[in-house]
Design a protein around this ligand. Structure first.
Ligand code: FPP
Length: 264
């Protein structure tokens, strides 16, 4: 079933990457793509490497996909790099992942700046190690005026915690009397989430064959198109992203209504 969904169209198989990119650009490009980057551990295991080698390779995929997303004209790319549940992993693995933003931004910040990419982060910043906070803070500062792709790292992020935190802020405003309960609308809730400056994702990608949300952007994904692939994140390449965007371009988004002639 999953395999059927991801099979590349025959006419795409012989196209060069440049031809595919130019073809994809002719149709509607998702404004915001969110990715659950899964399968790093399995990628490493298949090669008899330690799990962290998979995370390191996955970091290189982030670079590749950021570049293409920016080139396609995607407005925002959110990547799930570390969830609030990932602290349960062995300390060595957690420590390694927490060093990756430093390595990624230390290595690629100049090219992100050159590509006009703006780096932002969502998640619980205060409980991240100091060195991770500092790497992200520096990159955010250095790219804050960039107007190209927004690269949003979901780091120490959990959607339920995000929603609970938004509710606490709103409840406080009601308690103080600066808001009435009837003013608590969907828009107001959205404005109190960590994504308040981003549009809702148009396309969600999850790699590695897992078909679940894992506490990721539960509110924001209400009308998002989902695309699942068995490809492991370190193997996810430009053609995979184009497959996902091509599939998105062939969806009929109805937002609960009817489209075209059906609605007359
Ligand atoms: C899930 O795969 C992946 C993660 C928990 C970490 C994701 C992190 C990266 C891809 C690198 C992030 C890069 C930067 C720049 C911060 P898994 O370990 O659960 O894989 P498995 O299911 O095969 O074990």
């Amino acid at each position: 079933m999953l395999h059927k969904l991801i099979r590349r169209k025959p006419e795409r198989q012989n196209q060069s990457l440049a031809e595919r990119i130019s073809h994809t650009k002719k149709d509607q490009i998702p404004e915001h793509i969110a990715i659950i980057m899964d399968g790093n551990g399995r990628w490493a295991k298949k090669r008899a490497l330690p799990r962290v080698a998979g995370h390191h390779e996955g970091m290189k995929t982030v670079r590749k996909i950021t570049r293409l997303a920016n080139d396609l004209g995607v407005g925002a790319l959110t990547v799930y790099a570390f969830s609030t549940e990932n602290w349960k992993r062995p300390k060595l693995e957690v420590d390694f992942i927490m060093r990756l933003p430093e390595e990624f931004l230390g290595t690629y910040l100049p090219e992100l700046i050159e590509q006009n990419v703006r780096v932002v982060m969502m998640g619980e910043n205060d409980t991240l190690p100091r060195h991770t906070q500092e790497a992200v803070r520096k990159a955010m500062e250095a790219t804050k005026n960039n107007t190209g792709l927004i690269l949003n790292f979901a780091l120490n992020y959990g959607s339920r915690a995000e929603i609970a935190q938004a509710m606490q802020k709103i409840a406080q405003l009601v308690e103080e009397g600066s808001l009435s309960s009837s003013e608590v609308t969907e828009d107001l809730i959205s404005q109190h989430l960590m994504t308040c400056e981003l549009p809702e994702p148009d396309l969600l990608i999850r790699t590695s064959g897992e078909v679940r949300l894992s506490n990721f952007m539960l509110w924001q994904l209400a009308y998002t198109e989902f695309w699942f692939t068995e490809t492991l994140w370190p193997d996810f390449d430009e053609n995979c992203l184009l497959d996902a965007v091509d599939s998105y371009q062939n969806r009929n988004r109805r937002y609960g209504g009817l489209k075209g002639e059906e609605s007359n």
